[in-house]
Design a protein around this ligand. Sequence first.
Ligand code: NAD
Ligand code: ZN
Ligand code: ZN
Length: 328
Amino acid sequence: MPTGEEVLVRVEAAGLCRSDLHVIDSPPGGLPYRIPFTLGHEVAGRVAARGPRATGPAVGERVVVYGPWGCGRCARCASGAENYCDRRTALDQELTGTGAGLGRDGGMADTLLVPSGRLLVPVGDLDAVRAAPLTDAGLTAYHAVTAVAHSLTDGASVAVLGVGGLGHLAVQILRATTTAHVLAVDVRQEALALADSCGAHFGTLSRPDTAKVLRARTGGAGAAAVLDFVGSRSSLELAVAVLRAGGELAVVGSGGGELTVRKPGVLPPGTRISLPFWGTVPELEQVVALAREGSVRVEVERYALSSALEAFERLRAGAVRGRAVVVP
Ligand code: NAD
Ligand code: ZN
Ligand code: ZN
């Protein structure tokens, strides 16, 4: 039972993220987490019980769970930016984990114990399976788009590299919140079909001449922004080759690639690079609002929780369309 400020959520759905595979594959001691813990950092459900000092949604309310749990007390947390909690490093050193399913027990279970009601966002009657991925795939994509949106005026182009769980939502969020010309890249034809149905203006497979193909689509100048949801060596090479001078490069994927920052070097002059991590509570509220009004719709594959391993194997094989979600 929850104590203090804690809230117990009965899980209705939990999304699978490629980051879960990074966690599973990480060597012992490779992450600042104490094991074992339950995975699942994209969670939707219903408030089942509240501790005596709990705030926020009432028992019975349907909610999604904000994933990166901060200290709850620093200036960043006070503004809802717990993803950039000032005490994150200290929390890591204390091995208290990043949040639900990342060092602390997550939502691939019947219930999830959340430290505080401040980490819950009401979702009304949104379908749980489509709501759960909003908390990471949707929120991280939204945060990354918001970070580069100022550059996406006057018919500017934006390249989205990787149209999986995060990328297919980034395409929709770009269409819903900017006037940018959206260019999608993936290594899978099915992902390009998904990009097309999400509103991308153009899609192409990643090939040796892709930078040239994309540049031609921008009138030669290059893309004002690149959102890299892969982060591998080849995707970063493509990102740099397609970026316009003075452009924005947001590296979201954790694909192990590296970039060398040197002047002069491979990066176009004036490049701004960001490493967006997840998003803020107010941004999650905005993503939920976009979903409730129908501007953003998560493409899902649904699995029983007992088939989670099969779902992870499909994710690993690159076979998932949109997001795989398990239901307990
Ligand atoms: P996903 O597997 O659902 O999607 C990845 C997509 O990239 C797939 O469609 C795949 O075909 C495509 N792809 C693979 N290699 C490619 C290449 N070289 N060029 C173009 N496309 C390529 O994964 P996801 O859950 O959307 O996660 C994407 C990445 O983002 C992962 O590395 C994950 O760990 C990371 N992530 C980061 C944050 C953050 O806060 N920064 C949050 C969530 C996930
Ligand atoms: Zn994730
Ligand atoms: Zn904090």
